[in-house]
Design a binder for this molecule. Structure first.
Ligand code: KPL
Length: 298
């Protein structure tokens, strides 16, 4: 009998992974506030499935996927600690940065920490319906020694959920590249309440170029080398391939939820302060969006 994956929360990416595991007979359990099973509809391509996921009763758990928003990750891992086996492998998966260092310090010497950065798109048109909107790909990396020495094939199992999956040694450059995309698309679409594809319009190009130029500057101060041109090209590709989608931040704002602005633009601004840099375009975008939000949404 295969040991189950524990998926924390019932966000869109977590349910996507859990649904795909269940469809290929990989046991999976949910860790959610309400201790009951979850029945929902899963639409992927032209297929529609009736799904039922069981809620986990008690640990210890060996395999844990934490696909939560960045601001919830550290507290969630803290509360999961008593449920983790001594050699548990914990996989984080979210937009933005800043969680790896605090989570590393929480885990025991044999507990592995991984990061999965995915471009799969999924959203919930309502609480009991999950739609797989973008067939993306995933980069996975071990982030501590226990993960590097993990003795079973985590990559193979995770790729059933978030394929195609590439294993790399160091997640840092990939997180920065994703941060570049998120720091432009997410706040702009949230501010203008529009789909990702709208950002290809001429009226946004000057602002986007300023955001990317500042991103290159702060990334370079943090040891990450990018050019504005390559990021601009990649951004246009993402905006085109996800043209009909609403970004996660647009959805958070539209639904009155907390946003990842702090882990995305806020992270960039904090790095800029550390390196004594000014990021006027990111600061202005942060200020404009913050003005539309309640303080707890930041
Ligand atoms: O990751 C995304 C998000 O919505 O959070 C992007 C890349 C912007 C795709 O929508």
């Amino acid at each position: 009998m295969k040991t189950p994956w524990l998926v924390v929360g019932k966000g869109a990416i977590g349910l996507l992974a859990a649904s795909r595991w269940q469809l290929c007979q990989q046991p999976v359990l949910l860790w959610q506030k309400q201790p009951k099973s979850l029945c929902y509809r899963f639409s992927s391509g032209s297929q529609d499935y009736a799904m039922m996921l069981q809620n986990a009763q008690s640990g210890p758990f060996d395999k844990v996927l934490v696909p939560l928003k960045a601001y919830d990750v550290v507290d969630a891992v803290k509360s999961l600690l008593p449920m983790l086996s001594e050699q548990a492998q914990v996989v984080l998966c979210h937009n933005g940065m800043g969680t790896l260092e605090p989570v590393k310090t929480l885990l025991g010497p044999r507990q592995g920490l991984w990061f999965a950065s995915t471009t799969h798109g999924a959203y919930k048109p309502h609480a009991l319906h999950l739609r797989h909107t973008g067939f993306g790909s995933t980069i996975l990396a071990p982030c501590n020694q226990a993960a590097q020495h993990c003795s079973w094939n985590l990559t193979k199992e995770l790729s059933q959920a978030l394929s195609p999956l590439t294993l790399v040694d160091d997640i840092t450059p990939y997180l920065w590249r994703k941060l570049a995309m998120n720091a432009v698309i997410n706040p702009l679409t949230a501010l203008h309440n529009c789909r990702n594809g709208e950002l290809n319009k001429a009226e946004f190009q000057q602002q986007i170029k300023s955001l990317l130029a500042e991103f290159v500057l702060v990334a370079s101060a943090c040891g990450q080398s990018f050019t504005e041109g390559e990021l601009y090209q990649q951004l246009q590709q993402v905006q085109t391939s996800t043209a009909q989608n609403f970004s996660s931040m647009q959805q958070d704002v539209a639904n009155g939820r907390r946003t990842e602005l702090g882990a995305i633009t806020g992270y960039l601004l904090a790095q800029a302060v550390l390196h004594q840099l000014q990021l006027p375009a990111h600061q202005a975008l942060y200020t404009a969006l913050a003005a539309k939000l309640e303080p707890w949404q930041l």
